[in-house]
Design a protein around this ligand. Structure first.
Ligand SMILES: C[S@@+](CC[C@H](N)C(=O)[O-])C[C@H]1O[C@@H](n2cnc3c(N)ncnc32)[C@H](O)[C@@H]1O
Length: 402
């Protein structure tokens, strides 16, 4: 760790630190006229030199200038290893059904700015800022030590990878340059397990090759085949196709998957087990869904809408609401009688209640009678904490047409 810089703060700042929010925004930090190097560890002290918190400096020009660590003044390495073990133990029950899960979920797990995903023996760290790289390396060494000594956790650390924080969404074609190998090697593909399904993912793709926050919907589908046996499914924003393949494995008559990323489509095609029941289409849904629905030859018994996050900043919220509503309205036009509509949102700037209002408005304005049959809770490897409302981002609502 770098030299620790002490910073005395006033009562107002002390009060805001006591709320345990893991971010100090640049607006607030601008008042300190101190020069700091990126990655510096700051020790916040009260006016009377009482220890308040540690933080990592990420830059005055960043939205978040400091990420606050949840450790007390005299925390030891052993305490940190115990902290990691407790996080891993919370998730162990997931291993019954899968070997692909999130081991550390950033702020929501007390480790601001970093996530750690586990895929069948490969660990993938991701951090959100260059200034956090040193801290990620510290965490990665501790994780390796824990997994090496606690074999009873049944988590292997064959490969440890770190995704470049500067990675842009369109750089996935060149993914080898985007990933640093901290230990082992970089596998081209990884075969993961979800219930009876073996699925090949590519660690260089979006979310390290698989979205696991949506496991709650995967579970719902796996556990309710009676709701779709012999029925047709339209899976919008299908990514690597795992949801589509689950439907088919459990008795759906056909699945039409739509996705715009060619890379994701290729992964989906490699995993196809029922090609005669599958259509995989490359389409920009935001631009062309209306036309698709007008030309559709049939109605679908299930439609899933799971777009990417639509609110990169606060300015996008209004536009995002319009887009969600439009996607739902178009879907209602091609949803069969008694059909099931699944609407998901990973836009963290749209609160759960607000999202339900958008969905309700789309139904009422189109005079469609829909009953909510499920509202899925976050997965245990994607916990949500009260102190960090920004981390409560993923919503899954399931409705049936009456
Ligand atoms: C939240 S993910 C969906 C995850 C998916 N439901 C699953 O089960 O893994 C959003 C997906 O939308 C795709 N996407 C982004 N923009 C798109 C567009 N304009 N048209 C179609 N797909 C798009 C992304 O490539 C990504 O795979």
């Amino acid at each position: 760790m770098k030299k620790i810089i002490s910073l005395k703060v006033d009562k107002q700042f002390e009060d805001s630190l006591s709320k345990n929010h893991p971010w100090i925004f640049s607006k607030k930090f601008a008042n300190f006229k101190i020069r700091l190097k990126l990655s510096s560890v700051i020790q916040f002290l009260s006016k009377k030199s009482r220890f308040l918190a540690y933080g990592i400096f990420c830059g005055k020009d960043k939205l978040v200038s400091v990420r606050v660590l949840p450790f007390g003044q005299n925390f030891t390495r052993l305490q940190f290893l115990d902290f990691l073990i407790s996080r891993f133990e919370e998730r162990i029950s997931l291993l019954e059904h899968t070997d692909s899960l999130r081991l550390l979920h950033g702020e929501n797990d007390g480790l601001p700015g970093l996530t750690l995903d586990y895929h069948a023996g490969t660990l993938m760290f991701r951090c959100y800022d260059e200034s956090l790289l040193l801290y990620v390396r510290f965490v990665s060494r501790a994780v390796f030590e824990v997994l090496n000594t606690r074999k009873d956790l049944h988590l292997l650390a064959n490969n440890i990878l770190l995704m470049n924080p500067r990675r842009t969404s369109n750089s996935s074609g060149n993914y080898k340059k985007e990933i640093r190998v901290l230990r082992g090697s970089l596998p081209e593909t990884i075969l993961i397990r979800y219930r009876d399904l073996k699925y090949s993912i590519r660690p260089g793709q979006q979310k390290g090759g698989i979205y696991n926050d949506i496991r709650n919907l995967r579970d719902f589908i796996s556990e309710n085949p009676n709701l779709y046996t012999g029925k047709s499914v339209l899976n919008l924003f299908s990514n690597n196709g795992l949801l589509s393949e689950l439907f088919l494995q459990n008795g759906a008559e056909s699945v039409h998957s739509i996705e715009d990323s060619q890379e994701c489509i290729e992964v989906h095609k490699k995993n196809l087990k029922n090609p005669e029941k599958s259509i995989i289409q490359k389409l920009d849904i935001f631009r062309n869904y209306q036309k698709f629905s007008q030309e559709a030859q049939k109605k679908y018994d299930w439609i899933i809408i799971d777009p990417p996050s639509l609110t990169a900043s606060g300015k996008d919220v209004h536009r995002a609401k319009v887009i969600y509503k439009k996607l739902i309205e178009i879907s209602l036009g091609i949803l069969s009688e008694e059909g099931i509509l699944v609407v998901c949102s990973c836009s963290n700037r749209i609160h759960r209640n607000e999202f339900e209002n958008i969905v309700g408005k789309a139904f009422s304005e189109n005079a469609v009678n829909m009953k909510r049959i499920a509202r899925l809770s976050p997965e245990i490897d994607h916990p949500v904490i009260r102190e960090f409302p920004e981390g409560d981002y993923f919503k899954v609502l399931i409705y049936q047409r009456l």
